[in-house]
Design a protein around this ligand. Structure first.
Ligand SMILES: [Fe+2]
Ligand SMILES: [Fe+2]
Length: 211
């Protein structure tokens, strides 16, 4: 399965780029499934329902959020009506929406998408991301219901992103860092990936922290 992950989509510029370029990019890359991090897509702070709809209509299959998940207040209710939006697993116990879901992909395959917030250097405290991810991966072992598993680790510290990559090694297809708005320049195939097929390996993509 070919998965395209884009993030973070920021403001009108990001939305316009997605609207104009996602379809040709998707075709060029022959992507089966597209995930966007969209926590900053509305004026750089949060995601409104209208903008979520636009991004989904532009060709995204799933949108992930982050620490700004509910900065646009209508997302508190919109997320309950739109299953293609994922908020962090450990955002808050009674937060609306869900932090992980299995989606349909082409060819009858399934893909699990999960998002979690880190704790290091974040402006607010969040529950332990590792136990939150562990529970989801135990419930959905790779190669079971889901042919691929993507974990979005939304945090500041490169070390925490790498930690999550190693924690999920062999249990997720892709661990990708969001939140810091820097290019993906350090993709790695971790050792657990060598023991399984390409869709069952674990690539950790981490992004350095912004000052
Ligand atoms: Fe963020
Ligand atoms: Fe962000």
């Amino acid at each position: 399965m070919r998965i395209l992950f884009l993030g973070d989509v920021v403001g009108r510029t990001g939305r316009t780029a997605v609207r104009d370029r996602l379809t040709p990019l998707r075709e060029r890359l022959k992507a089966d499934f597209v995930i966007l991090n969209a926590e900053n897509a509305t004026s750089g702070i949060g995601l409104s329902g209208d903008h979520a709809k636009q991004l989904l209509e532009s060709g995204a299959d799933v949108l992930t959020l982050g620490d700004h998940a509910f900065d646009q207040k209508d997302m508190l209710t919109y997320i309950e009506r739109e299953p293609r939006i994922i908020r962090p697993l450990n955002y808050a116990k009674n937060a609306p929406g869900i932090g992980a879901r299995v989606f349909d992909a082409p060819g009858g395959r399934k893909i699990l998408v999960a998002q979690v917030l880190g704790q290091v250097f974040m402006k607010r405290p969040f529950d332990d991301p590792f136990s939150a991810v562990d529970a989801v991966l135990k419930k959905h072992p790779l190669g079971g219901l889901a042919a691929a598993t993507v974990v979005d680790i939304h945090c500041e510290a490169t070390s925490e992103k790498m930690g999550m990559g190693h924690f999920c090694d062999g249990r997720a297809s892709l661990v990708v860092g969001t939140h810091t708005h820097v290019p993906t320049a350090d993709t790695q195939i971790l050792s657990g990936g060598q023991r399984s097929s390409q869709t069952q390996g674990c690539a950790a993509i981490t992004t350095p922290s912004l000052a």
